[in-house]
Design a protein around this ligand. Structure first.
Ligand code: SAM
Length: 248
């Protein structure tokens, strides 16, 4: 049977594609990509032409069985997403699970990951952390999630997109408290890379005051509740009770 390589691609700077990633992408029989146009461009930049197969949230279930069959028959494959590490807030979980169940060798080619890149420059406790990915889009569900996290002692890592960054900081300041230290990492490895640190209340003010700071892609790293976790949970519940009547 062939091997399924899970290959990290850059989160911005193309120099972050590793030589081994390039070699694997060049030599496999098939590259499974979240968005084939996006990956074709990336490969073209490196002078690579490859057979591509789309694998995204809408076809992953149906494609997984077919791809595992081809792996069984001896084809080698690479799985990539649009940016960073596949399966980290990206498709691939079902394919990997199906491949493992079929006894296929699954091998990582590690590289960029926005969450880890942000954590590595945040200067917040990094010995233990909780990756929370994207918060729910709806305000009620988002605040509910934040209330549940208010007492979490580990450093929290969130992904956020440009159109919800202000709402997200606003809710965090309300639920975690305006004084909770945090780091907002924007456009990492790209031209407008910015890493802001400060209490949540201050970060909110800076982002509200400067439209440029609302552009691009974000990782939010938030200090954990620390020793006083119980008190934080109680405070979160109190704030939520205040907010609840105003929720949509
Ligand atoms: N698989 C990717 C990884 O390994 O980081 C994450 C994919 S997820 C769909 C996209 C989100 O990751 C963005 O909304 C943003 O929160 C974060 N992200 C990706 N690239 C980033 C960058 N260059 N700077 C800051 N955040 C980034």
């Amino acid at each position: 049977a062939g091997t399924l390589h899970v290959v990290a691609t850059p989160i911005g700077h193309l120099g972050d594609l590793s030589p081994r990633a390039l070699e694997v992408l060049r030599t496999v029989d098939l590259v499974c990509a979240e968005d084939t146009r996006h990956t074709r461009q990336l490969l073209a930049h490196f002078g690579v032409e490859q057979a591509l197969q789309a694998l995204h949230q809408h076809n992953e279930d149906t494609q997984a069985a077919n791809l595992v069959e081809r792996l069984r028959a001896g084809e080698s494959m690479a799985l990539v997403s649009d940016a960073g590490t596949p399966l980290v807030s990206d498709p691939g979980f079902r394919l990997i699970r199906a491949a493992r169940e079929a006894g296929i060798r699954v091998s990582p080619v590690p590289g960029a990951c926005a969450a880890i890149a942000a954590l590595s420059v945040a200067g917040l406790a990094s010995d233990r952390f909780a990756f929370e990915g994207f918060l729910p889009a709806k305000a009620g569900a988002r605040r509910d999630r934040l209330v549940r996290l208010a007492g979490e002692p580990r450093t929290l890592v969130f992904y956020e997109s440009a159109h919800r960054i202000v709402e997200c900081l606003d809710d965090m300041a309300a639920v975690f408290g305006r004084e909770r230290p945090a780091v907002l990492a924007r456009e990492l490895t790209k031209l407008f890379e910015t890493v802001l640190d400060g209490p949540l209340g201050t970060l909110l003010e800076r982002v509200e005051a400067d439209a440029d700071q609302r552009k691009g892609e974000f990782v939010l790293v938030v200090q954990g509740a620390g020793e006083d976790g119980e008190a934080q949970v109680a405070e979160g519940r109190r704030v939520y009770a205040l907010l609840a009547p105003h929720l949509p």
